[in-house]
Unconditional design. Sequence first.
Length: 218
Amino acid sequence: MAEEHEAHPAPTERVLWPWISLIPLGLGAWAPIYAGVKAKRTLWIALGVLWSLIVIAGLVLNGVSSHPGSDDLAGAALIIGWIGAIATSLSIRGTYRQLMASPLRRAMVDAQSQLSDRATARRVAREQPQLARQLGIGRPDLRGATDAGLIDVNNAPIGALRRLPGVDSELAHRIVGERAQVRGFESLEDMGAVMDLDGSLVEGLRDVAVFLPRPGAA
């Protein structure tokens, strides 16, 4: 009888870079930049750049300015940059370890982030449609749009509509024709009723379809 072995997680590397942020005078404020580059996290890079710039500003003020109060301002900048870098490094250490430990864990973190962004985008589309239009929510066809993995059924072109699950070219053309006649669908249920769509198809669209008002609609 074959022996069954329990799977054990792979050991994670020691994460030492956060301690760089402890270097006095904020000289290690760049630590989050290192983590961001390694883990491909733009926000971490941006925070590291921010704290580093604040520290540099403090060092410059301390070295070249002779105005009254400049020493206090320089000291405050150094402290803010130093403490900010330490707080950022320690707060992202756990996530960094997870991301670097396993491709699967990294993919899970990315997927969770995408789901969170999609939920936020759906809420914006529902509560602030004008802002949603400005952001490009549901419009993967627009350059620079933040579509958040959604499709705006009332405004997206046929090519984008074909990305919807269960929607082929023929149905995409039907959607375009029907939405023009009714000046846009009010909701997924409304579209399903107007177009007499199969219930399973409608349910398959629920997580990816949004319905922003068409331009000029009352």
